[in-house]
Design a protein around this ligand. Structure first.
Ligand code: C2E
Ligand code: MG
Ligand code: MG
Ligand code: MG
Length: 276
């Protein structure tokens, strides 16, 4: 009996798997087609000074306008893209859009997400610098966001890449900070502009796990202080979180409280998230 039900379970599992695999293949085929079209768009979310909501920059966030499924978030396709290697192409589409946007002007900087795999490519810095130069964008207004994984895989290479970019004015931010390896002993060697405090800790500042989140944010602030760099709190949704971050010494933030990712950037040099 146990055996039979076991087999039933397997049968169900099998079908689910097949369906899932089919969906992934569909998405992969769509992705290939979209890369040659205009399906990918950069949305922009404001990054503000927490004290007065002054916009200091924007993060470019990838969206896929899928012909049948509508607007897709990265979580709905990045896994597929990474698995098939297609994400690198998509990333270049984004970089091009960001460079074009920068060349048009606009307030502050734009930061863009670089996948670890991409960051590791030996020609990454050269290609990016060429693209920025060709577009006429000011490299000082461009930032890249990378995660710790991208740094630790090959430390000497990561260092070279970051130094080369920094030498041309492009700074790097550490994304989702606190969730990764936190290789504290290495961090001071890298030219990093700021730490982006992962949104799970920001959410935690006003939730049940408050003491733990406060402790983590405090530790990140102390680390940033030692490194002489600043921090950005991610996923700020409430006034309470904004206040808590400020009290802990975090000067900058990003989140729905100030503005959702949108196709247009926030008003030039304006303030974000204030009801009019
Ligand atoms: P991330 O870089 O940490 O980006 C922040 C994510 O938090 C974004 O999700 C953003 O929409 C979301 N967010 C912002 N404010 C709030 C808030 O107040 N509350 C909540 N709950 N969420 C907020 P999104 O756009 O879905 O992107 C998810 C992840 O996908 C990004 O995380 C990044 O790792 C990756 N990603 C986005 N664009 C690109 C891209 O162009 N290339 C690559 N390689 N990865 C990208
Ligand atoms: Mg990011
Ligand atoms: Mg982030
Ligand atoms: Mg994140």
């Amino acid at each position: 009996r146990a055996k039979a039900s076991g087999r039933d379970r397997w049968a169900v599992f099998d079908e689910d798997m097949r369906e899932q695999a089919g969906q992934i293949l569909d998405l992969e085929a769509d992705l290939r087609r979209a890369i040659n079209g205009e399906g990918f768009v950069a949305f922009y979310q404001p990054i503000v000074r927490l004290a007065d909501r002054q916009v200091i920059g924007h993060e470019a966030l990838l969206r896929w306008r899928h012909e049948r499924r509508g607007l897709l978030l990265p979580s709905e396709f990045i896994g597929v893209g990474e698995h098939s290697g297609l994400i690198e192409e998509v990333d270049w589409i984004m970089y091009r859009q960001v460079a074009e946007q920068l060349a048009k002007g606009g307030p502050g900087y734009i930061s863009m997400n670089v996948s670890p795999r991409h960051f590791r490519a030996s020609d990454f810095a050269d290609r990016l610098l060429r693209l920025v130069e060709d577009s006429g964008a000011d490299p000082q207004r461009l930032r890249i966001e990378i995660t710790e994984v991208a740094l630790l895989d090959d430390v000497p290479r990561a260092l070279r890449t970051l130094q080369q970019l920094r030498g041309h004015g492009i700074m790097a931010q550490l994304d989702d900070f606190g969730t990764g390896y936190s290789a504290l002993s290495y961090l001071h060697r890298f030219p990093i502009e700021c730490l982006k405090i992962d949104q799970s800790f920001v959410a935690g500042l006003t939730g049940d796990s408050r003491p733990e989140s406060v402790a983590v944010v405090r530790a990140i602030q102390a680390l940033a202080g030692t490194l002489g760099i600043h921090t950005i709190g991610e996923g700020v949704e409430t006034e309470e979180q904004r206040t808590a971050l400020r009290e802990l010494g975090c000067a900058h933030g990003q989140g729905y409280l100030f503005g959702r990712p949108a196709e247009a950037m926030a008003a030039v040099a304006g303030t974000a998230g204030v009801a009019h």
